[in-house]
Design a protein around this ligand. Structure first.
Ligand code: DLL
Length: 436
């Protein structure tokens, strides 16, 4: 096991490491970052008040808006000259969120990503086809550093150019694939269409993340590619990928707790919740130097699993992410997560895992239309069969979501494919209201 001593540390020792790092972080932020000092002052808390790990709940939260306001260097906790690399989110809906890494942070990143890839058995003999985007996005470089630490061969192919991906996969005998789950699915299908025996290739493991995906999608990817598919989680605000990842047990994602301290809070009140209770994940970067964030509200919904894991790692796990509370749709008062729809669709024979959720408002009523692609076989079938399947999917959606939805089967290959994060939800309610 990579860095076994840290990963199997007894919980009491780990807690001591966490507390020492938390105290140190709070002191540093108070001393060096005016934003955090002002927040702590406003909450009436000083570094000396942090005596136990539970005292973390006394500290203020940090939001994405705070990080955007700090753009570009406002939340850095070191001199700009100590920053050796910068990554940032795409910023499509506002100013980007920036992560500044010191040389030590890059070592930490390499280490947590080596732990991640090692969980899928990656080592010196592996060829890692890294199809996460390189550049300001954290996915490409994060995986790259981890693979380098393990001594694997990295193919820094980045995302896109699917034909070349498939060519390289065959020619270089890639054994590990890293990309978003939606892009992995696209590659699998494209390869099959070209007559490539995807299951027969040397590829044996995939590390998929950066977007929500379901257990049903995992089963589909594992079958289509003949691999084990591991879920990996992270976010720019904390480091990028390398916050949590699945071990061979594939039962929750181990949080790299010596670097990131996890809490689950009630999304409405911010009150900490016990293990097992579902809520919003809050993370503190206790092991970072450059731009370590304090109690970051991720908006990601999950729960903490504190039972020991059969793999021997002692860190707590988070359940596979259940969605984001800001992606959650409220349709006629009912909460709907896009993954719930995905779970239903992937159980149905005859349709492909390519879908869109269209939300509209007709009069005072919200409507949900689920568009999903037919497989080739269904496409050539009678119209009656297609309509019958639409009704069946509607019935299944109704029982899974508790609301009426319309299903529209669309022709094969008509829903846009993604090379990075897939966009699946189109909430047009605002637009419809304005148009009236
Ligand atoms: O997506 C970092 C990353 C790169 C993670 C490669 C994994 C692999 P951001 O672009 O800042 O960073 O997006 C972070 O993506 O808050 C989640 O909502 C979502 N997300 C990331 N991983 C998962 C996952 C990267 N495994 C945001 N399951 C997060 C569900 C995920 N959602």
């Amino acid at each position: 096991m990579w860095n076994e001593q840290v990963q199997t540390m007894p919980r009491s020792e780990l807690a001591a490491v966490q507390l020492a790092r938390l105290k140190d972080l709070v002191a540093r932020l108070h001393e060096r970052v005016p934003f955090y000092r002002a927040r702590m002052d406003a909450s009436g808390v000083t570094p000396a008040d942090i005596r136990t790990l539970e005292d973390i709940a006394r500290l203020p939260f940090t939001s994405k808006a705070d990080m955007r306001e700090g753009y570009p260097f406002g939340l850095f906790a070191v001199e700009p000259s100590e920053i050796v690399e910068v990554h940032m989110s795409s910023g499509t809906t506002g100013k980007p969120v920036v992560d500044g890494y010191t040389a030590r942070d890059l070592e930490v990143w390499s280490d947590v990503m080596a732990r991640t890839l090692d969980m899928g058995g990656v080592g010196q003999d592996d060829v890692v086809q890294n199809a996460y985007g390189y550049g300001l996005f954290t996915g490409g470089f994060g995986v790259h550093y981890g693979a380098r630490a393990l001594g694997a061969t990295v193919l820094p192919i980045s995302s896109g150019n699917t034909l070349r991906q498939l060519q390289v996969m065959q020619d270089f005998r890639s054994t590990a694939l890293t990309c978003t789950p939606s892009y992995a699915m696209f590659m699998a299908e494209h390869g099959r269409d070209l007559g490539i025996d995807m299951v027969g290739l040397p590829l044996r493991v995939g590390f998929f993340g950066a977007e929500p995906w379901s257990e049903a999608m995992r089963a589909e990817l594992e079958a289509k590619l003949g691999i084990r598919a591991h879920d990996i989680y992270g976010l720019t605000e904390l480091i990028g990928p390398g916050v949590a990842a699945e071990c061979p047990e594939q039962d929750g994602l181990h949080v790299f707790e010596d670097v990131f301290y996890p809490e689950i809070v009630d999304p409405r009140t911010g009150t900490p919740l016990p293990a097992g209770a579902q809520g919003e994940l809050v993370l503190t970067a206790i092991g970072r130097e450059g731009s370590p964030v304090l109690r970051y509200r991720t908006h990601d919904i999950t729960y903490l699993m504190d039972a020991p894991c059969a793999c021997g790692r002692t860190s707590r796990r988070i359940h596979r992410l259940m969605g984001r509370n800001d992606d959650m749709l409220i349709i006629r008062g009912v909460n709907v997560f896009p993954q719930q729809v995905e779970e239903v669709l992937l159980r149905i024979q005859g349709v492909e895992p390519h879908y869109r959720l269209l939300v509209d408002r007709e009069g005072a009523l919200d409507t949900l239309t689920v568009e999903v692609e037919m497989g080739e076989a269904l496409f050539s079938d009678e119209v009656r069969a297609i309509i019958a399947l639409e009704r069946r999917i509607e019935a299944e959606l109704h029982s899974a979501l508790g609301i009426q939805a319309t299903c529209a089967l669309v022709n094969p290959r008509t829903i846009e494919r993604s090379e990075g994060k897939a966009r699946r939800v189109f909430d047009r309610r605002e637009v419809t209201t304005h148009a009236r």
